[in-house]
Design a protein around this ligand. Sequence first.
Ligand code: ADP
Ligand code: MG
Length: 398
Amino acid sequence: MNIHEFQARELFAEFGVATQPGKVASSPEEAENVALALGLSGGKFVVKAQIHAGGRGKGTFKNGFKGGVHLCGTPTEAKDLASKMIGQVLVTHQTGPDGKEVGKIFVGEAVDIARELYLAILIDRATSVPVVIASTEGGVDIETVAEKNPEKILRLPVHPFLGLMPYQTRIIAASLGLTGPLMSQASKLFTNLYRLFIERDCSMVEVNPLVVTKDGRLLALDAKFNFDDNALYRQPSIVAMRDVTEEDQREVEASKHGLNYIGLDGNIACLVNGAGLAMATMDIIQHAGGSPANFLDVGGGASREQVASAFRIILADKSVQGVLVNIFGGIMDCDVIAHGIVEAAKETGLSIPLVVRLEGNNVEAGKKTLAESGLKLEGAENILHAAQKIVSAVKAAV
Ligand code: ADP
Ligand code: MG
């Protein structure tokens, strides 16, 4: 799960991670009031579009307005900038061509930046421990730094039981050239950020840029969080920050029914029981010359209702031109799947090709249910056969 930058700042405030003052606003008037309340005499403001994607500074709105991060000098200008961003669609290299609609903006203090640094904490899957990533090259994509100047990136593994040790915070600070008073600010910031990372079950936190201001402050200017979905049950305050309008609507719907669904951009939908089988099915669709529209695992013990909901989600997707059902009934009863398919297909008036491969527990009853349903569908004896059938049926239909 992801959150917005203004929500990340609430977490920073709670855990004592230094950041510049500011607040979120949903309308131009509110933006002006936030700027006024900041009471920066002679200071500057920053106005930032709030979307679940980075690269906002270099992004462009669909109405032609350039940039999702702007500096300005007065509350009236902040109001004017807000009116150009709220309700508009911002496209960045992370949003894809469709972009994301901006519902809220953040208005904060603009600071005079001396240096832009990079700092992240994430779980390293290879070593199974948290790792701190730091670089003097902040404000740009870390992927670019990794490609062009890999020597400028520090990777520091953290022992999960010991946590981030004081000597490690000094290693990171030194690698970023933070000395004297900045080193003590850095140690405090890194320690608090690490505590936040662990206590809130984050899988990633990225601060890009972490800045040194001309007046000698070390501040987190931007923040991106990822949370471990499997830990959300014990993080009610994080769940409360979820903004479903930022998520793939097919995935939101699927999560309501306890289905593991990930939308992709192909045209052949698959409905499968078991994550491994789902991956193999996607691979084999590709192998047969097709392109999967989703990953969908209905789980080992799905109910008839879940199967029907899964089918509805698939069929509501306009890019889907064919459906492949691949079920290996272990715990799962094939007849339960068959009833779910029939129910949903009848209700939605299925008009695209459907290939069903059923195998395992109670398969004969399942096949009989499908055969007697009057649905137009093709059976298949094995997974390769099934993939080839759906790929050619879709090609023939378009
Ligand atoms: P994104 O990564 O989505 O483009 P950032 O928050 O990193 O958004 O902002 C982009 C750039 O804008 C930063 O790298 C920084 O140079 C500048 N910037 C952001 N916030 C401020 C601020 N409060 N004061 C001055 N400059 C800022
Ligand atoms: Mg950034």
